[in-house]
Write a protein of this length. Structure first.
Lengths: 240, 240
DNA sequence: TGTTGACTCTCACGTTACGTCATACTCTAT
DNA sequence: ATAGAGTATGACGTAACGTGAGAGTCAACA
């Protein structure tokens, strides 16, 4: 297929395909004598992957890293993507709920706190927060909160599924740096691709093994996953 | 509230608030002697609106136009936003379905056409398409398709609700240019903020009154809405 | 066979929505 | 009165393309 066919099929612009070629994200399998780009079916599958990751907010650079990673597995990636989309749908649902409440409050049927009015945008309200405050002190938690998004119960549920798929991705190549990259990517996604302090990131890893509540949740998808994640997160944060 | 408080509450960066101030999108109601920005509750409500519109893909310039419009009504805007979010959730659901099918086909349980593999991204498959081809000829339809997104039945359903809210927004100020701007904004949203040719846009308006199937659907939310929309779309396209 | 119209290519500069310093002022707390 | 956290204003950087400009390519039709 040539550029315009692909563009019409997928909804992206020709310029975008050129751009993806330029940055090496999607290089067409074939090129004609005249220099025309010709995309294979394999290319289309890759494009599908790219568009999914793009939809959930990954920057192109990260997408490239992911696809280039030797431990990358298409099938498992699709499963991971599925969970991400479900998580994003959850977020939308939270936003819809927030709007419904806002509508009620605008009609004077109820009142809302400022925090409530932004639920769905900042994931405020972490069920583990109070526990964390007791355990590590307020400063540590506040510092972490500055950079790390918090989750509600529903989000937690989705995270569990994502954990399980990460465990699957890990199965192929347990200690590989690529797995760490995948975790970092996933983490960045959950944080809406925001930046976060590396200490906080590593600290979160510590939390996974220090708090048995977390450990249980995580390990139910693979014995020792919590420890692995902590190590991976630590290694990743130190590598920066 | 000062910048950082607002930033922490809403999840946006301080820089973003500065930026919104710079471009006049969200100017704090108060400023201290020292020049510190102080945001009122009213400012927060506006910010909520901004973030909602941003979430569904509106460019900041359009958001500003909308908010500045004298006929802008907060309550109805929230209702419109709700419908947009629901529409986006629908899109996510389509994407999830697509992934599920992709997973099956990857496992060799079924085969997919290339079109199917990109459903949810390009909204391909318009139930009215064949009718349109018969009525206006292929070139016209193809031309329109180049710039205008197509919808499935589910999307059509959501569009109906959006129409109804547009009718409400229109109620306050029927012939105003702002209503036309609102329609254009809404239309751009449905097209994923893509560009479109003005002739195609105006042509679509013609379709609304020419095809009684469309007319019925639209007018059920207000007598004459289809005609109004056609005129608005025509006027808008000519104004460019 | 010549020509048209749709498609394609490669520069290359423009745009949006901020990120990221740099430098300097302000405010609260010890 | 001095540190530390917060804030302000430039001003340049970045990501993911958009938008022409100028030129080559290809199938179809006269």
């Amino acid at each position: 297929m040539k550029v315009k066919e692909v563009a019409d099929l997928t909804g992206v612009s020709v310029r975008t395909l050129h751009h993806y070629d330029e940055i090496g994200l999607l290089v067409p399998d074939n090129v004609t004598e005249a220099g025309y780009r010709v995309y294979s079916d394999e290319n289309l599958t890759t494009l599908q992957q790219i568009l999914f990751f793009r939809e959930v907010g990954f920057p192109l650079k990260k997408i490239k890293e992911l696809l280039d990673s030797p431990s990358f597995n298409r099938l498992e990636a699709f499963e991971l993507q599925r969970d991400m989309l479900v998580a994003k749908r959850r977020q939308l649902e939270t936003m819809i709920e927030t709007i419904d409440k806002t509508l009620q409050s605008e009609r004077g049927e109820m009142t809302m706190t400022n925090e409530e009015r932004f639920k769905g945008f900042d994931f405020s309200s972490n069920p583990y927060e109070q526990e964390a405050r007791d355990r590590w002190g307020d400063e540590a938690v506040d510092k972490a909160n500055q950079n790390v998004s918090k989750f509600g119960e529903k989000e937690q549920e989705e995270m569990n599924r994502i954990y399980s798929n990460l465990a699957a991705l890990r199965g192929t190549d347990p200690a590989a740096a690529e797995a760490q990259a995948a975790i970092s990517d996933w983490y960045m996604f959950l944080n809406k691709i925001g930046d976060y302090s590396m200490e906080a990131f590593a600290g979160l890893g510590e939390m996974y093994v220090a708090d048995e509540r977390f450990t249980k949740n995580i390990d139910q998808f693979g014995e020792g996953l919590a420890v692995f994640m902590r190590d991976a997160m630590k290694a990743y944060s130190e590598s920066k």
